[in-house]
Design a protein around this ligand. Structure first.
Ligand code: SF4
Ligand code: SF4
Length: 278
């Protein structure tokens, strides 16, 4: 059976918040029973856009991570709810029954992604419904996907075997897979949020200018060479997608007519090694 999956491309998200606003537009003041009661105007972020800055000036970047309910296949919120108040549909969507879930604040605490919000006025836990009321009317995507101007959000409706193939071929990953909840939201370019980089610049002392085209080789203590790049016209280089707290690395910098430079670094989090003069 085909099931719904959401794909988020972290490299394409610019934090414009259109997805968040379209969610507010859809749900504030609007009940969609039996799926959801109206979302409060303030406080709830059913599409929660998190951010992470990496590096040190001037080698800094920022990544945005839209986090809705992950519609997990092994959902802790379902296990925590009483009387079947949280359930998964055949099409993969996880829903909170707003009548049965009344008073069940434990559903909020059960979600390891922080995707459930407490509506204190109505005493119900609430979250993203994947715009199920629209999909049931024949919509092909939820409001947030429709509103995203950069293509950072997209829908894949596929059976589980086909989805596994797509995941593999397109390098899609769940966020925090160690939680073991088997999410139906997948991320492309997740390393922009979860991994770190080593960056720097290479310059020549004589003449005093940027070393464009310098060869930079990255090695680690156990595996030897793990990457190679060339400096751009500002003399800049960057190795991304490295594990945080992953220990000692060696950079070899080579430029015609100059002696090779060897630099050792300890990688904890994203690192700007500054300018290396040859
Ligand atoms: S992300 Fe949280 S609320 Fe959504 S299905 Fe998973 S455990 Fe439940
Ligand atoms: S609408 Fe798209 S680009 Fe804008 S914040 Fe949401 S996911 Fe990111």
């Amino acid at each position: 059976m085909k099931r719904w999956n959401l794909v988020v491309d972290v490299a394409k998200c610019h934090d414009c918040n259109n997805c968040f606003l379209s969610c507010k537009d859809e749900y504030v003041d609007n009940d969609f029973l039996p799926y959801s009661l109206a979302q409060p105007r303030h406080g709830h972020r059913w599409m929660n856009i998190m951010r992470k800055e990496r590096g040190r000036y001037p080698k800094v970047d920022v990544a945005y991570l839209p986090v809705p309910c992950m519609h997990c296949d092994d959902a802790p919120c379902i296990k925590a709810a009483r009387d079947g108040a949280v359930y998964k549909r055949e099409d993969g969507i996880v829903l909170i029954d707003p009548v049965k879930a009344r008073g069940q604040k434990g559903v909020v605490d059960a979600c390891p992604y922080g995707a459930v919000w407490w509506n204190s006025e109505k005493a119900v836990p609430q979250k993203c419904t994947f715009c199920v009321h629209l999909l049931d009317e024949g919509w092909k995507e939820p409001r947030c996907v429709q509103a995203c101007p950069t293509g950072a959000l997209s829908i894949i409706r596929a059976d589980d075997a086909e989805m596994a193939r797509i995941r593999e071929s397109e390098g899609l990953e769940p966020y925090l897979p160690e939680l073991g909840t088997r999410p139906r939201v997948y991320y492309r370019n997740l390393y922009r949020y979860t991994k770190c980089f080593i960056a720097g610049s290479v310059a020549l002392r004589d003449p005093d200018e940027c070393a464009e085209g310098a060869r930079v080789i990255l090695m680690d203590g156990t595996r030897g060479e793990i990457g190679e790049t060339t400096t751009n016209n500002y003399g800049d280089f960057k190795f991304d997608n490295l594990e945080e707290e992953s220990g000692r690395y060696i950079l070899l910098i080579q430029y015609p007519g100059h002696e090779e430079k060897k630099i050792e670094v300890e990688l904890n989090t994203s690192l700007n090694i500054g300018t290396v003069f040859l």
